[in-house]
Design a protein. Sequence first.
Length: 36
Amino acid sequence: RVKMIKDAIAHLDRLIQTESRKRQSSFEDIREEVKK
């Protein structure tokens, strides 16, 4: 049972990391657009 919970948490962690990375890159894109 504990392993399942740990796996779920690790999975969520990965999702959050990829999401924040995506948001970060899109944020950078917006900043570049604003500079032009």
